[in-house]
Design a protein around this ligand. Structure first.
Ligand code: URA
Ligand code: CA
Length: 442
């Protein structure tokens, strides 16, 4: 087998065999194929595509390029993955709720990337919290508590590590077979048997148009059928931050407020929708109605919040934050940002808001930057709201006044007001299952 003939085949639009694909994935993982040939093949795949069988073979070959965990969690290991949002704290709401309903949530999360927040960074704002648990320890936590959120352990999908870094610098990120194999190889290697995907659509998303986002969702669901995993995908909007809180400790606080019954809104609604799909995919509920009533019971009875406490304690964190959110890091400057104009909030640049939080210190600019867990902002207005001059648009949590003033400029530039009433942003667009695409209007 040689790499030039594999590139040649894909250049000429021929489907690659399982053996050719395995050769490519192995060569990426152990660097026996040089970067220039990997990059040429990536571009040929980006331009000429892969069918469902090739994509499934690539996904499995990438998963098998490193460790394959076989977690015995005494149940169906279920995971949820979002393709990247702002103010998107669904994991911290739904992992405890799903666990409270008997689910076994084994979640390997990432750090913040660019304008999007990372669940690990959010969790580390809780004093003492550890996310780098040894394998035996997190599997034990999933068994006893029902959920654990940890950093990637072991050598999972090393082929993806090589290929993702190359894609980033060769304009080959936006390829459905490459995105599908990248995301799912890591999930399969981590041992997930049931997977709920939250595919974002809109500006700043992996796939800009709704049709492309639905096609990506369908491609991932198809791989589940090929690989014997239960996969469903939800296509959701990212016009504005999902929750009102943007920033690490602030997002933990919002998740606690929802689990404590003090807060609601779109973050709660989307978390319950995704959580219901996780219960169905795990076989713990037969219908969406049944799943929702299980989750609502867990929320209303306080069992969800109790699970979050257990999860935090199992990972070494101070679980008292669940009863007293003031134990979370607090920013020195907390002040409102007031509206200088009036009108309906017609458009929000979610990417720009994420970048504003990043610049305040909530995210990294360079890879080794240290995050400030306390900073960010709490939006008081959503798309469709009418804003009067002097209204509080958001509350800034900044490290100093200069940072607050800079954030104010960035946030103002990210909002567009209109004299005419503006519709609310859509939250959920579609549910894609092996049975087909169901349009959602929420
Ligand atoms: N996230 C991934 O892990 N891989 C992709 O290709 C895109 C998003
Ligand atoms: Ca946007």
């Amino acid at each position: 087998m040689d790499i030039v003939s594999i590139i040649e085949d894909k250049k000429n639009r021929r489907a690659l065999s399982k053996e050719q694909i395995a050769f490519f994935a192995r060569g990426a993982a152990d660097h026996s194929i040089p970067d220039y040939q990997l990059a040429a093949l990536l571009m040929a795949i980006r331009l000429n595509g892969m069918d469902a069988r090739e994509t499934a073979d690539l996904t499995m070959a990438m998963a098998e390029s490193g460790d394959m965990l076989k977690p015995d969690v005494q149940g169906v290991p279920v995971d949820k993955h979002s393709t990247g949002g702002v103010g998107d704290t669904t994991t911290l709401v739904l992992a405890p709720l799903v666990a409270a309903c008997g689910g076994k949530v084994l979640k390997m999360s990432g750090r913040g990337l660019g304008h999007t927040g990372g669940t690990l960074d959010k969790l580390e704002s809780i004093p003492g919290m550890r996310v780098a648990l040894p394998e035996e320890e997190f599997i034990q936590a999933v068994r006893t508590v029902g959920c654990a959120v940890v950093s990637q352990s072991g050598q999972l999908a090393p082929a993806d590590k090589t290929l993702y870094a190359l894609r980033d610098v060769t304009a080959t990120v936006d390829s459905i077979p490459l995105i599908v194999s990248s995301i799912l190889s890591k999930k399969f290697a981590a041992g997930a048997k049931a997977i709920v995907l939250d595919v974002k659509t809109g500006s700043g998303a992996l796939m800009p148009t709704l049709d492309d986002s639905i096609a990506l969702a369908q491609a991932m669901v198809d791989i589940g059928a090929h690989a014997g995993r239960s996969i469903v995908a939800v296509v959701s909007g990212m016009e504005e931050p999902l929750g009102s809180h943007v920033g690490n400790a602030l997002e933990v606080k919002e998740a606690i407020d929802i689990l404590a019954g003090r807060s609601g809104g779109p973050l709660k609604a989307v978390s319950l929708f995704l959580g219901a799909q996780m219960l169905i995919a795990s076989g713990l509920a037969g219908t969406e109605d049944q799943a929702r009533s299980l989750l609502t019971d867990a929320l209303d009875s306080g069992r969800g919040l109790l699970k979050l406490k257990e999860m935090i304690a199992a990972q070494g964190g101070d679980a008292r934050v669940c009863d007293d959110v003031t134990l979370l890091p607090q920013a020195p400057v907390i002040r409102p940002m007031l509206a200088r104009e009036e009108g309906y909030l017609a458009h929000v640049d979610g990417t720009a808001l994420g970048l504003a939080a990043q610049r305040m210190g909530a995210g990294r600019i360079a890879k080794d930057d240290v995050i400030d867990p306390a900073v960010g902002f709490v939006m008081q207005k959503r798309i469709g709201d009418f804003i009067r001059r002097g209204d509080t648009i958001c509350t800034l949590h900044a490290k100093n006044e200069a940072s607050a003033a800079e954030a104010e400029g960035r946030i103002a530039a990210a909002l567009a007001l209109s004299p005419a009433p503006a519709p609310r942003a859509r939250l959920l667009y579609a549910l894609v299952t092996p049975q087909g695409v169901q349009t959602l209007n929420a």
